[in-house]
Ligand binder design. Sequence first.
Ligand code: FPP
Ligand code: ZN
Length: 421
Amino acid sequence: MAPGGVILECPATITSLEQQKTENDVRNCFTTFLMNSNGQADILLNRELHTSWLKRGLRSLPTNFAGLDASRPWFVYWISHALEVLDDYDESIWASKVASFLSQCQHPTGGFAGGPRQLSHLAPTYAAVSALVIAGSEAAYKAVDRETMYRFLMSMKSPHGGFKMHHEGETDMRGSYCALAVASMLHILTDELADGIPEYIRRCQTWEGGLAGEEGLEAHGGYSYCGLAALCIIGKAHALDLHAFLNWAARKQMAHEGGFQGRANKLVDSCYNFWLGGIFPLLHEAFRQKGEDVALPENHSWFAPSPLQTYGLLACQHAGGGLKDKPGKSADFYHTCYALSGLSVSQHGVDGATCVVGDPSNLLQKTDIYYNVLIEKAERKSAFFEKLPPLVVDGRQICGQEGEGALAGRRRALDQADRRV
Ligand SMILES: CC(C)=CCC/C(C)=C/CC/C(C)=C/COP(=O)(O)OP(=O)(O)O
Ligand SMILES: [Zn+2]
């Protein structure tokens, strides 16, 4: 037992992924916890264990992870964001190291690849730009070549709507989010970049109410976050049936475990703390953009934050550091990042009030719901990019005060006002 609290490693070992068994395992966790503790106050986020595990990972990144050579910017982002949410990202140590490593992953023709000397891909491009925003220094911001980035993003636009993930690659909902989030973070968001995106995302809304990765497929939490966040960034969330979306998302929180499943009939998993948990504040913003009054209290989070936090803190902390998908699994950087991001979302209500399960020290830093970097980091990068001279690409001014199109104004509004959600 940790001093002043309980860090519970689930006693049950999961031998199969059969749903009923997993639900029982998680319930066993809760029962054991309730029998051995005095209640909620004992639930403790073991910050030091997690931060030292994360820092070991970030330090060894340039040399290790050779088997995951195509995801290196992702590892930098997952670890950096987990550390900043835990209020332990030291810019004086990490900013220059992160900028120098990620520069090696930038392709001369634009965008970032999964590793040095690889082809650019939208997913590591999003991860690299987010990690540079987290690094927070001017040198880190300047590491991105915005001119080649703009050409790369435009070259990813698919004739079928949406964005391809890479040259000759698949078009799916991740592409729309990664491209528009990157353009928005770097202040190179234009009308031509967003052209056709609302129609494309609308076509991926399924009969269930959530969004599928591609037209005709099943609604899924990960793709639903991507599509809704992309639309909120460009101010076009009203392209969707928002009531159906809310109805679907609310039903993804599971009554027994408290966590979210990603899609119908699948298992609860802590990464959906964020992919599903992040949907609700976005929906608040979406209804606001639409100017529509929903028949639910405006300050209501529309999901249950306490059971979600209880699942994350009680069932998903790993005794060796980091967070895991569910009891019986190992910790990994992806689940640590998104389990913590979702805990943060559920602690900071849409009305500005906080809700913290367990020890008050469990409160995390507040994350920006559009990019999933800290709010302060999103504001800091805006102050920097806002002051840059107009960017001209192939003889056309794509940002700056003149000739920039409606979306740059939208991006400015996003910077100034919408951080409330
Ligand atoms: C920014 C960015 C690139 C976001 C990615 C969003 C995201 C998590 C998409 C979902 C990916 C996917 C196919 C999950 C299903 O896996 P599974 O079948 O193992 O999981 P499940 O059983 O929970 O559905
Ligand atoms: Zn997961």
